[in-house]
Design a protein around this ligand. Structure first.
Ligand SMILES: Cc1cc2nc3c(=O)[nH]c(=O)nc-3n(C[C@H](O)[C@H](O)[C@H](O)COP(=O)(O)O)c2cc1C
Length: 263
């Protein structure tokens, strides 16, 4: 995907609880909504006050069950609380998209919802700073969101057709997703979306992953220009660990990145 020239590092990393003024992100016409994660939660009526009611109504247990509240509470967790069995609501596709993995939790996306279509835009101000001069990680984050959105289509009775970069004159317009009605079809990958989260806990160093598991994961690759390389030997994992620590120290020591991290 072509990237626009790097923006100045105006990293505005959102606090996870950032629910910002939704109206600042809803410029679209009648019947359309352009939403960020925070604005989306507002549209769902899941502001902090509403969340307390939802919890009293018995919705919060789902987030607790999934371990989400192991790291925090509040409106930032409303998309998990409100996770419903698929019911054909087009906003449920966005609900799935905003639970995607994304670099530094910047959530650099906006959605314009105008059924039967959803448009995905990059929010380039939500970049991670000097460490990502080509906005590669921003692009990866948008890809994660798009993948979740597409996965959420069939269970909600929608067949998505994705057009990447539909308007060459607007490099922030990442994807147009047209939705055709179809009988709903269950999807284990969709069902796993609210369970997925980044695991920063300690790894079992002495328990190798079975060869068959590694091969099975690798066999999922379905594009010729993609490959997976597993680091399995003690020498490889030590080298990878050392490089990771050195890279992290370099990032922390970089004055520009340090400034961007708190911009
Ligand atoms: C492109 C990309 C790069 C990431 N880089 C890191 C990283 O260097 N270190 C890290 O701990 N997590 C990294 N993450 C994980 C994000 O921090 C995480 O997805 C985000 O905080 C949201 O949390 P969740 O995955 O639990 O929903 C990365 C995720 C993506 C998509």
């Amino acid at each position: 995907m072509d990237r626009e020239p790097p923006d100045p590092p105006t990293n505005k990393r959102p606090d996870a609880a950032d629910t910002g003024p939704p109206e600042a992100r809803i410029p679209a016409g009648e019947g359309q909504h352009q939403v960020s994660r925070g604005g989306f939660l507002g549209m769902l009526g899941l502001g902090a006050g509403t969340l307390a009611v939802a919890g009293a109504a018995g919705l919060t247990w789902r987030a607790v069950d999934r371990g989400v509240f192991a790291t925090g509470t509040g409106s930032a967790y409303a998309a998990w609380d409100g996770w419903n069995p698929p019911g054909g609501n087009v906003l449920d596709l966005v609900r799935a998209a905003v639970l995607a993995a994304n670099a530094h939790n910047t959530q650099p996306w906006r959605f314009r919802v105008s059924p039967p279509r959803i448009d995905l835009f990059a929010d380039t101000a939500r970049n991670i700073g000097a460490i990502d001069p080509l906005r590669r990680e921003l692009g990866l984050s948008l890809g994660c969101a798009l993948e979740n959105l597409v996965l959420a289509g069939p269970p909600n009775g929608k067949t998505p057709t994705v057009t990447l970069m539909p308007d060459p004159s607007d490099t922030t317009y990442v994807a147009r997703v047209d939705l055709a009605s179809t009988p709903a079809a269950a999807s284990p990958l969709f069902a796993a979306i609210p369970d997925r989260h980044t695991n920063r806990a300690a790894y079992h160093r002495g328990r190798p992953v079975a060869r068959g598991t590694l091969d099975g994961l690798k066999s999922l690759i379905d594009t010729a220009d993609t490959d997976v390389v597993w680091f399995t030997t003690a020498e490889q994992t030590r080298a990878f660990g050392d490089l990771t620590v050195r890279a992290t120290k370099a990032i922390i020591a970089d004055p520009q990145q340090a400034a961007d991290d708190f911009a």
